[in-house]
Design a protein around this ligand. Structure first.
Ligand code: NDP
Ligand SMILES: O=C1O[C@H](COP(=O)(O)O)[C@@H](O)[C@H](O)[C@H]1O
Length: 484
């Protein structure tokens, strides 16, 4: 099935930090794929900006290298790459200096969408906003795209919101959470609100508990110094897992429109209870007797930062009262596996007697890999052996179901950047949402810092520390397997 590509309006996109890791690995390959898909208008331009002294040709060469390195071989076409590179320009600018802004201003066209991607360290966001305004490059109809982390606590997030608000209206600010751009994350809303089947059961009366797992096999890579100051709570829970939780738990918005959706997500965050320390397990990977323990990766023997966290949460509202949400995420785990499992309650009465055993429906929504859904259904075991029950899966991957024959589904960054050009903020976080998430996160982090808690060790290639399994076992529940 070939999906329809609707070209966006003509645009000039400036990528501050256009030579950095994120631009080279995600943003530029994503833009190239949209170009090849025919979504970029014929005149649209991309302008890289950073301190390095490069001219257009030098930048194009750098981006060519990045495309070769980060695009799948099947996506690489010399002809298309050359055509894409011809859209690229470069201006040397120091976010904290005054040089280069005039050149940038001269490059920008009137009458097209102007978008500015802040793919630089967060400490520079304010400088960029200030200078774009001062040099009259960004006006009331421009858009800025702000990368994570958006602050490291409530105070810094509020300060950042206030700085951006000095020069930009909320409708111009696109705070990226790339999980919202993932196809299956968007599908979550469609599955819930476009099918009559699930929503009547989507509450504490029928749902025993919900599990959200984002397991990674990678370690902290070259980002050790950033990660050691953040940990899994700030790096993943405050943003990505919180967004998944919101989409699973929220009430139906009246429309699929930015504020209607974000209002409902905000209500979920505000309904989260403070978390009991006994319901939190933090872990740090420790490769016994081998190199590449967490402390080697971050070069900090004293580190108490978590590379794994599991928690039990409660959303205190009528829909979810009494239904626990278990979330976990970690690095260097057994497999890359992100999924949400809605575990339904047992049937209220079994007509098949105790020997039929315990059976539950579980709806699993897989984010990655093999995006799809699985519904566990209980049936009779075939054969003459009496009424014996077994659980079987109704399993589908979205690719198979859609007959997409390997047709590339746009990656998160591709989709989100095109939404910026279209001016659609539905899949971006609003300022109050981010602040509410930090307001919930801060006391949890302060709590373990005040108690001087140490994370539990776990062996790379496992499902995390044993204590995380206990979090479930003590309540007669178990995590779903993280499978290789
Ligand atoms: N890399 C990743 O996987 C992810 C990154 N992010 C976020 O994206 C942002 C960028 O990260 P990343 O690409 O990894 O960082 P890098 O350190 O790889 O790149 C930083 C970029 O900013 C430029 N830069 C640095 N200082 C200045 C300055 N004073 N004025 C203008 N440009 C400057 C650098 O070029 P030059 O030195 O030439 O000026 C470079 O292009 C950060 O906010 C990060 O948190 C978010 C999620 C994932
Ligand atoms: O934002 C981040 O996300 C990645 C995981 O993203 P995914 O799309 O590969 O699931 C994580 O590795 C990184 O630490 C974090 O900053």
């Amino acid at each position: 099935m070939v999906s329809r590509v609707i070209p966006v309006d003509d645009f000039d996109l400036v990528i501050f930090g256009g030579t950095g890791d994120l631009a080279r690995r995600k943003i530029l390959p994503g833009l190239y794929r949209r170009f090849v898909a025919g979504q970029m208008p014929a005149e649209a331009r991309i302008i890289g900006a950073a301190r390095s002294e490069l001219d257009d040709e030098g930048y194009r060469q750098d981006v060519r290298d990045a495309l070769k390195e980060f695009l799948a071989k099947a996506d690489q076409s010399e002809e298309q790459i050359a055509a894409f590179l011809s859209r690229l320009h470069y201006v040397s600018i120091d976010a904290r200096g005054e040089d280069g802004w005039k050149e940038l201003n001269q490059l920008m066209r009137d009458g097209v969408v102007r978008a500015f991607y802040f793919s630089v360290a967060p400490a520079l966001f304010g400088d960029l906003a200030e200078r774009l305004h001062h040099h009259k490059i960004a006006g009331r109809d421009s858009r800025i795209v702000v990368e994570k982390p958006f602050g490291r606590d409530l105070e810094s997030a509020k300060a950042l919101n206030a700085t951006l608000a000095e020069h930009f209206d909320e409708t111009q600010i696109y705070r990226i959470d790339h999980y919202l751009g993932k196809e299956t994350v968007q599908n979550l809303m469609v599955v819930r609100f476009a099918n009559v089947l699930f929503e009547p059961l989507w509450n504490a009366q029928y749902v025993d508990h919900i599990q959200i797992t984002v397991a990674e096999t990678v370690g902290v890579g070259g980002r050790g110094s950033y990660y050691d100051k953040s940990g899994a709570m700030r790096d993943m829970v405050q943003n990505h897992l919180m967004q998944l939780l919101c989409l699973i738990a929220m009430e139906p918005p009246s429309r699929f429109d930015p504020d209607a959706v974000r209002d409902e997500k905000l209500k979920v965050i505000r309904a989260l209870d403070p978390v009991d320390p006994a319901d939190i397990v933090r872990g740090q990977y420790e490769a016994k007797g081998k190199a590449n323990s967490y402390i080697d990766d971050v070069e900090n023997d004293e580190s108490r930062t978590e590379s794994f966290i599991a928690m039990k949460l409660h959303v205190s509202n009528w829909r979810w009262a009494g239904t626990p949400f278990y979330i976990r995420t970690g690095k260097r785990l057994r497999a890359r596996q992100s999924e949400i499992a809605v575990v339904f309650k047992d049937a209220p009465h079994s007509i098949f007697g105790a020997q039929a055993g315990r059976h539950r429906n579980i709806l699993t929504i897989r984010l990655q890999p093999n995006d799809g859904m699985k519904l566990g259904v209980t049936i009779k075991e075939p054969g003459p052996g009496g009424m014996r029950l077994i659980d079987v899966p109704l399993d589908m991957t979205f690719a198979d179901a859609l007959g997409s024959d390997g047709e590339a589904v746009p990656e998160a960054y591709e989709r989100l950047i095109m939404d910026v050009v279209r001016g659609n903020q539905t899949l971006f976080m609003r300022g109050d949402e981010v602040e509410a998430a930090w307001a919930w996160t801060d006391p949890i982090i302060n709590g373990w810092q005040d108690r001087d808690d140490r994370p539990h060790e776990y062996e790379p290639g496992t499902a995390g520390p044993e204590e995380a399994a206990m979090l479930m076992h003590r309540e007669n529940r178990r995590w779903r397997d993280i499978k290789e």
